[in-house]
Structures are given as structure tokens and as C-alpha cells.
Write a protein that binds this ligand. Structure first.
Ligand code: ADP
Length: 187
């Protein structure tokens, strides 16, 4: 089963993706984690992505789709994947659809984690004080939220007109939200 998680930065996609991935026995694939790891290790991918990430801009579609293709070629991805933050532009949605179709697969469920802007700002500020991520500073957060509104929010309508999108109110305890995710997936 292939499941896409959509929602603004700080919506809890990573936390809930890990829970649902474990429950369904599927690997979670987060482009943000993979890129951060590449930056840390100084790989060619990391060198290419670093400046954009630290500024809060989106990394180019071709780079992302290259990474997606590589990840989906791995044996552990053969039964399905939880895609966390992997699709942030319409060309990425189209590209992922093509890559899945080559494997006779399609996105089986799209979950949208719905959180207000005020809550997002408060969560990212908290995360900054805990994790110290360079892109959680207020200037980069403002840029990330703008990228989300301008480039990623339209992805929601793209999926709405196809697979359909299941909306998850993403404020509450981790357990409450996990239960909503299970219900939305009929599990
Ligand atoms: P968040 O969703 O909280 O912004 P992530 O850890 O998911 O954080 O991503 C961090 C950064 O990695 C993004 O701001 C962006 O620069 C880059 N990134 C991750 N996934 C993508 C993607 N699919 N397309 C473009 N850039 C991406």
C-alpha cells in the first residue's frame, strides 16, 4: 500500500508516518530526512541541496524525483511506502505518479494533516529550541510557509480531483491523531 502524507511543515507527518509505517509494516520515506542526511555526510546530493534547504526554499524537482526513483528501486520499498513530505509541487506529483505506474502501482491513500498557521508557528519555534534545525529560524520558517502555500497547497487539489484526500485534524495528542489516521485508512 502506498500512502502519501501532505500538510504544512510541523504538521506531524513525520511522527504519524512512523507510527502508521510500523503498524502496517511499511518503510517511511521522508525527502527532508534523506536530504539532511546527505548534507551531513557531504555527498554530491547534499552539496547540491544544502543552500536551498537552509534558506527554506524547495529543492529542485529533478533532484527530488531522482531521489524518489532511487528509493523506490530498493527491495524494501516493493510492498509500498509511506511518503512523508515527498510531494511538494505539482511536477513532483506527476513525476511520482509516473514512477509508481512503471511499477504497476498508484497512490492508494492521500492523508492531509490539517493544522492552523498559529499552531504551526508555535510548534516550529518549540522544535527549533529542541533540535536547533537551521531552517526553523523565523526567517526560514516564513519562507517555508510561503513555499508551502504557493507550491504545495495546490498539490492538495491535484490529488483531490484524482485519488481523493482524507483530512486528518492534526491537533490533539499523538495517540488521538494516530487513531484518526487508522480510521481514515480503515485499519
Ligand atoms: P518541513 O516539511 O518541516 O519543511 P522537512 O524536513 O520535510 O521539513 O524538509 C526540509 C527541507 O528539505 C525543505 O524545506 C526543502 O528545502 C527540502 N525538501 C524536502 N522535501 C522536498 C521536496 N519534496 N521538494 C523540494 N524540497 C524538499
Amino acid at each position: 500500500m502506498d500512502i502519501l502524507l501532505l500538510g504544512p511543515p510541523g504538521a506531524g507527518k513525520g511522527t504519524q508516518g512512523a507510527i502508521v509505517g510500523k503498524a502496517l509494516g511499511l518503510p517511511k520515506f521522508a525527502t527532508g530526512d534523506l536530504l539532511r542526511d546527505a548534507v551531513k555526510r557531504g555527498t554530491p546530493l547534499g552539496l547540491e541541496a544544502r543552500a536551498e534547504m537552509e534558506a527554506g526554499h524547495l529543492v529542485g524537482d529533478d533532484i527530488i524525483l531522482g531521489v524518489v526513483r532511487e528509493e523506490l528501486g530498493k527491495p524494501e520499498a516493493s510492498k509500498g511506502v509511506i511518503f512523508d513530505g515527498v510531494v511538494r509541487t505539482i511536477p513532483q506529483a506527476e513525476g511520482l505518479e509516473r514512477i509508481l505506474a512503471e511499477k504497476q502501482r498508484k497512490m492508494d491513500a492521500v492523508l492531509f494533516f490539517d493544522v492552523s498557521d498559529e499552531e504551526i508557528l508555535a510548534r516550529l519555534e518549540r522544535r527549533r529550541s529542541i533540535e536547533g534545525r537551521a531552517d526553523d529560524d523565523p526567517a526560514a520558517v516564513a519562507i517555508r510557509l510561503r513555499a508551502y502555500r504557493e507550491q504545495t497547497a495546490p498539490v492538495l487539489s491535484w490529488y483531490e480531483s484524482r485519488e481523493g484526500v482524507r483530512r486528518i485534524p492534526a491537533v490533539g495528542t499523538i495517540e488521538e491523531i494516530a487513531a484518526r489516521v487508522r480510521r481514515a485508512l480503515g485499519k
